[in-house]
Design a binder for this molecule. Structure first.
Ligand code: MN
Length: 668
């Protein structure tokens, strides 16, 4: 390595002018994408980026990460926002700084490998709309999945950044799979696993071997990454990823400010204006972040999670995992799922836990914990695990457990023998069919791509976009006024004053008002009673002691029919203890009650969205045969028939959201 990148203090006296560093460290800002993805489940809205957009353009970033990853998914699914429009809008405010997106290789911004025609069209449209740098990774580090997108990126005249997903099988670097020979160029430490001295060794080795810039992307989750960043700088790293401080730390990234101060007066000084950074931070803190605070994981006080060194789950998916278990009423199984994760990961070839592999491994681990018994492991294998076993994602870093592979590929449509070629080779073109499917609904290629990548939720979004369907309340933005009103309520609740006066109902007190003390057990109320037109009305009830728990209005759980299946903060249904009686005697929806009385019901084992029914009413089925495909936690589950017979009734249709235990169909 040349001396060029070594850190040297060039100026000890800070009273004078700040001279331009000889080799400034370059910074990619992650606030708009990974920061809000890691902390706020990617719910950040474009309107909340605009207030700081022009200031961010002045900082001097190497690039701003504005797109990719979960943004495309979350925007059309939860925010009723067109993902393409975000790039175009931000581009109007940010004219100097390049835009970077995270591209999942042939997975694009979805959860499977798409056909070459879709991949080419997607990259071309992304470049056309304003993406300048394509930070490209593959969840298996199988670089054959770069072969289609790479030439398109170059043809569009854009910057290609190849990524290596940093992963471990041991606590530190080494072991059979992830040793030094495995890496080159750019490192994506999505779970914050990289220890500072490992970063030093790794970056130094790569710098000695290649001349292209080395970029480190490391999450803060375990608490190491600020130190890891510094050691990487000492080893000569060229570019680091950070966040504006309100979007930093926790499962996100180290904040920019401390790094700028650390390097000030050295030959790696970023040159960034610390005052500008603090005014951006102030806007975020006061005007933007209060709207998203409710999404922060407030279940713990600590902002670091050293547990991640054991389970290796990347930032963005930890909260999803907890939410999914909560929706399944299985939060008590969290520790079992953590224990199952490394086993599943080993069975599936020690894949890096990055999207979509992280979801694939986590969902399978949940399925194993919930549905396996002593007699049978891997009872419910997701469609994505089957695809992985078939080779549709590419080559796994270590071989897949042959027993699991054989089980997964039983009756697999492509055949029971896995492929070894580049996955896209066996995926037939998809774009023409997608165009045909949304004819009359999609206005341009961008619309078609939303559908091609996300058939169920993408189609629903297009209906919202063109006014063919009313978007539900849940997708509307929260305003600062909403937040203020909530904070007032919380304040009142804390002070024990949550009994609200019905303002309209209370007439002014007259001369005939009489006061009564009303005693209930050891509490008493002062009640004012005044006779009006012959019949006494209670004009006010004041709680005299604060021991009575304030009566909260009962929140009715929203109907599962209108809710998207994926995690969102929701009021759990009232925790009514269900007596152990047959389902038909409980007060559930009539659909369930009716259908339980005759025949065998197939119930949803978890909340999700129906992808499709494989059988129609009147069809005969065998026990174990697939009847319904249910999307849950972004994975598809083939639900087997619990009995042999004939499909008597089908209660839902493709695209419907279902709750756990909803009866999907009945077999007689
Ligand atoms: Mn990341």
């Amino acid at each position: 390595m040349s001396d060029h990148n070594q850190v040297k203090i060039t100026k000890m006296d800070f009273s004078g002018e700040r001279t331009k560093a000889e080799n400034p460290l370059k910074i990619q800002d992650l606030t708009f994408r990974d920061g809000q993805q890691s902390l706020f489940a990617t719910r950040g809205r474009t309107e909340d980026m605009i207030p700081i957009a022009e200031m961010m353009d002045e900082v001097g970033f190497w690039a701003l990460e504005t797109w990719g990853g979960a943004t495309f998914d979350a925007m059309h699914r939860f925010l009723n926002e067109d993902p393409w429009e975000r790039i175009r809008t931000l581009k109007r405010y940010i004219k100097k700084t390049r835009f970077s997106m995270l591209l999942r290789g042939q997975n694009l911004v979805g959860y499977r490998n798409y056909a070459d025609d879709v991949a080419k069209a997607f990259v071309e449209r992304a470049a056309h709309n304003g993406i300048d740098i394509f930070r490209t990774f593959d969840a298996l580090n199988d670089y054959r999945n770069f072969e289609t997108v790479f030439p398109v990126i170059k043809e569009c005249g854009k910057h290609f950044q190849g990524c290596i997903c940093y992963s471990l099988t041991e606590r530190r670097m080494g072991g059979e799979v992830y040793n030094l020979e495995y890496y080159s160029i750019c490192i994506k430490d999505m779970a914050g696993l990289m220890a500072p001295y490992d970063a030093y060794v790794l970056v130094k080795a790569i710098k000695e071997a290649v001349s292209v810039p080395i970029h480190l992307h490391s999450h803060f989750t375990s608490g190491m990454s600020s130190m890891t960043h510094l050691k990487a700088v000492e080893a000569g790293v060229d570019i680091l990823g950070t966040c504006m401080s309100p979007y930093g730390f926790r499962s996100s990234h180290p904040a920019l400010g401390p790094l700028v101060m650390t390097l000030m007066g050295t030959n790696r000084d970023t040159g960034f204006d610390i005052k500008l950074l603090s005014s951006i931070n102030a806007i975020l803190e006061k005007e933007i972040l209060p709207k998203y605070r409710y999404l922060l994981d407030d279940t713990k006080v600590s902002i670091i999670d050293t547990n991640v060194l054991v389970h290796q789950i990347p930032g963005g998916m930890l909260s999803n995992l907890v939410n999914q278990l909560r929706e399944m009423d299985a939060l008590d199984k969290l520790d079992k799922v953590y224990a199952e994760l490394p086993k599943v990961r080993e069975d599936l070839g020690q894949v890096p836990l990055v999207t979509p592999m992280s979801q694939i491994v986590a969902t399978q681990a949940i399925n194993n914990v919930l549905f396996d018994d002593e007699k049978e492991r891997y009872k419910m294998i997701t469609a994505q695990v089957k695809d992985l076993c078939y080779g549709l994602y590419g080559k796994t870093p270590a071989p897949i457990n042959p027993k699991i592979q054989k089980k997964a590929l039983k009756d697999y449509p492509g055949g029971e023998k896995p492929i070894t070629c580049k996955p896209a080779k066996v995926i037939k073109p998809e774009l023409d069919k997608a165009k045909e499917d949304v004819k009359g609904l999609a206005a341009d290629l961008e619309d078609v791509l939303i559908y091609a990548l996300y058939p169920v939720t993408g189609k629903r979004f297009l209906k919202w976009k063109y006014g063919k369907e009313e978007p539900p309340k849940e997708v509307r933005p929260r305003t600062l006024e909403d937040v203020k009103a909530e904070q007032e309520l919380i304040k009142k609740a804390r002070a024990g004053k949550l009994v609200e006066k019905k303002e309209k109902a209370a007439p002014s007190k007259g001369n005939n008002l009489r006061k009564f003390n009303v005693f209930i057990d050891d509490e008493y109320f002062e009640v004012g009673v005044e006779e009006v037109g012959g019949s006494p009305i209670v004009s006010y009830v004041q709680q005299a002691q604060s021991q009575i728990p304030a009566q909260q209005p009962v929140t009715v759980a929203p109907s599962p029919q209108v809710l998207p299946a994926a995690p969102q903060p929701q009021v759990p249904a009232a925790p009514v203890e269900q007596p152990a009686v047959p389902a038909k005697f409980t007060t559930t929806a009539s659909k369930k009650a009716e259908s339980d009385s005759e025949g065998t019901p197939l119930k949803a084992p978890m909340p999700g969205i129906i992808v499709s029914y494989k059988k129609q009413v009147g069809d005969s089925v065998n026990t174990g045969e697939t009847v319904v495909i249910l999307e849950a936690m972004k994975m598809e589950n083939a639900l087997p028939s619990p009995a042999g017979g004939t499909i008597k009734s089908i209660n839902f249709a493709g695209g419907d959201s279902v709750a756990r235990n909803d009866v999907l169909c009945v077999i007689t």
